[in-house]
Design a protein around this ligand. Structure first.
Ligand code: SDX
Length: 428
C-alpha cells in the first residue's frame, strides 16, 4: 500500500504521508499541509479527524468490536474485575499476582478524604447535581495535594495522584449522594472490595446493619468495566486537551467529568430513564415516540440511541441488556420501563429512519434500568459512568503526557467582518 497520498491544490501537487494502525485503520498525516499549501482542513465535531495515535483502546464501529489493550470487553467482563482492568488500561498489561495485591493495597490505603472535604460538601445545597459536586471535589484535591500542580512532576509522582483519584472518587461520589438525601456520610470500609465499599458508603445508615448484595456488586463491577474507556470520545478528548496545557491530572479529570455530564454524552443514561418514565406516564405509546424521534421539527431524540462511531450494535449495550434481565430477575425487581425499552428497540430497529442512519442502542440505553434496580437514583447515573471511565481518562492523559504531545490548539476559518473603523457612539 502506498505510504503517501497525493492531492492537487490550485494545480500544485502535495504528498500527504499515510499512517496505518495495528488494525488496518488509515490516516492522512496533514501536519505539514498548512505550511506547504496554506490550506487547513475543516471537520465540525472532528467526525473524520484523528487527534492522536493511541495504544490503549481499539473499537471498530462497523463490526461492534471494543478491546482494551487488545483484550475484548467480553473476555474482561467474564474473567477480570474493574480494578484489574483499571491497572491494564493505565499500565498496558495485566498485573502479576504481586502487582495486583500491591495495587489493591495502595488503593485501599487512600480511600479516606481530608475532613475539610466534608466542609466543602456541606456548602452545597441538597439539590446540587452530584456531577457538579463531584467535579468540584476532584478539583479541590489540588488544594490538599498542591504538589500535584507541579507541571514538571515525574510520572512516578503522578502515580500517587492516580491511586488517590481511583481510591477517593467512590468516597466523594457516595458523599455527594449523602449530601443530596441529607444522610450522614459513611467512611470507607477497607475490609470490602472496591465496588462493595462504594455501595456500602452509598446506602449504609447508622441506624441499620448493612450487608452489600453480591448480585449488585458483581453487576456494578461489570458495568464499570464496560464504561472504562472508549478511545477519543468527547470527555476523553477534553481530558487530553486540558492535560496538554500541563494542567494537573486532577483538573484534567474534573474537566472530563464536566464534559461527560452533557445529555448527548454520559448524561444520556439519566436522559434515557427520564425519557422511558415519560413514555410510561404517557401510556407507553412507543410508536408515538418513534414518530417524534423521526420528526425534524420535533426536538425529541431517542436518548440512548445512535453513536458517532458504532454503526452497528454497541457491544456494551448487548452485554448490559443481557445483565438487565439477569439482575432484575435475581433482585426480583419488576420495572415496566424495561419492557418499554425493549419495545422501543424492536420497533426502531425495523424502522427505515433508524436503519438508514445506522442508529442502534448505545451503552446508555439499558444501563439506567440496572442502576435503578440497584437502588441508585437517576441523578447518580452519570456519576456511575464517571466512576467507570476514570481509569480510561487517566490512561489517556498519561499516554498524552508520556508522548510529550503538543498543547492542543486547533485552527479555524474566520467568517466574520472584514477590517472596519471604530464609529463614535453619537454616529451609530
Ligand atoms: C456516549 O463517543 C463515544 O464513544 C461516547 C460514548 C463513550 O463511551 O464515551 O460511547 C458514550 O456518549 C454514547 C452516546 C449517548 N448519547 C445519546 O444517546 C444521545 C442520543 N444520541 C444522539 O444525540 C447522537 O446519536 C449522538 C450524539 C450520540 C451521535 O451524534 P452524531 O454522530 O453527531 O450524529 P448526528 O447527530 O449527526 O445524527 C446523524 C443523524 C441525524 O439525522 P439527519 O440529520 O441525518 O437526518 O441521525 C439522527 C440525527 O438527527 N439521530 C437521531 C438520533 N441520533 C442521531 N435521531 C433520533 N434519535 C437519536 N438518538
Amino acid at each position: 500500500m502506498s505510504k503517501s497520498a497525493e492531492i492537487i491544490i490550485e494545480g500544485k501537487k502535495y504528498d500527504l504521508p499515510v499512517i496505518e494502525g495495528t488494525e488496518g485503520e488509515k490516516a492522512l498525516d496533514i501536519s505539514k499541509l498548512r505550511a506547504q499549501s496554506g490550506y487547513i482542513t475543516l471537520d465540525y465535531g472532528f467526525k473524520n479527524t484523528g487527534s492522536t495515535t493511541s495504544k490503549i483502546t481499539f473499537l471498530n464501529g462497523e463490526e461492534g468490536i471494543l478491546r482494551y489493550r487488545g483484550y475484548s470487553i467480553e473476555d474482561l467482563c467474564d474473567k477480570s474485575n474493574f480494578l484489574e482492568v483499571a491497572y491494564l488500561l493505565i499500565y498496558g498489561k495485566l498485573p502479576t499476582a504481586e502487582e495486583y495485591d500491591q495495587w489493591i493495597y495502595d488503593i485501599k490505603m487512600h480511600t479516606m478524604v481530608h475532613e475539610d472535604i466534608k466542609r466543602i460538601l456541606e456548602g452545597f445545597p441538597s439539590n446540587a447535581h452530584p456531577m457538579g459536586v463531584l467535579s468540584s471535589l476532584i478539583t479541590s484535591l489540588t488544594a490538599f495535594y498542591p504538589e500535584s500542580l507541579d507541571p514538571n512532576r515525574s510520572i512516578d509522582g503522578v502515580k500517587l495522584s492516580i491511586v488517590r483519584l481511583l481510591a477517593k472518587l467512590p468516597t466523594m461520589a457516595a458523599w455527594a449522594y449523602k449530601n443530596e438525601v441529607g444522610h450522614p456520610v459513611n467512611y470507607p470500609d477497607n475490609t470490602l472490595d472496591y465496588v462493595s465499599n462504594f455501595l456500602k458508603m452509598m446506602f449504609a445508615l447508622p441506624a441499620e446493619k448493612h450487608e452489600v448484595d453480591p448480585v449488585i456488586s458483581n453487576a456494578l463491577d461489570t458495568l464499570l468495566i464496560l464504561h472504562a474507556d472508549h478511545e477519543q470520545n468527547c470527555s476523553t478528548s477534553t481530558v487530553r486537551m486540558v492535560g496538554s496545557s500541563h494542567a494537573s491530572l486532577y483538573t484534567s479529570i474534573s474537566a472530563g467529568v464536566n464534559a461527560l455530564w452533557g445529555p448527548l454524552h454520559g448524561g444520556a443514561n439519566q436522559a434515557v430513564i427520564e425519557m422511558l418514565d415519560n413514555i410510561k406516564k404517557d401510556g407507553g405509546d412507543v410508536e408515538k415516540y418513534i414518530k417524534k424521534a423521526k420528526d425534524k421539527n420535533d426536538p425529541f431524540r431517542l436518548m440512548g440511541f445512535g453513536h458517532r462511531v458504532y454503526k452497528n450494535f454497541d457491544p456494551r449495550a448487548k452485554i448490559i441488556k443481557k445483565h438487565a434481565d439477569e439482575v432484575l430477575a435475581k433482585l426480583g425487581v419488576e420495572d415496566p420501563v424495561l419492557e418499554i425499552a425493549k419495545k422501543l428497540e424492536e420497533t426502531a430497529l425495523k424502522d427505515e429512519y433508524f436503519i438508514e442512519r445506522k442508529l442502534f442502542p448505545n451503552v446508555d440505553f439499558y444501563s439506567g434500568i440496572i442502576y435503578r434496580a440497584m437502588g441508585i437514583p437517576t441523578e447518580m447515573f452519570t456519576v456511575m459512568f464517571a466512576m467507570g471511565r476514570l481509569p480510561g481518562w487517566i490512561s489517556q492523559w498519561l499516554e498524552m503526557r508520556e508522548n510529550n504531545e503538543p498543547i492542543g490548539r486547533p485552527r479555524q476559518i474566520y467568517t466574520g467582518e472584514n477590517v472596519r473603523d471604530y464609529v463614535e457612539m453619537s454616529k451609530r
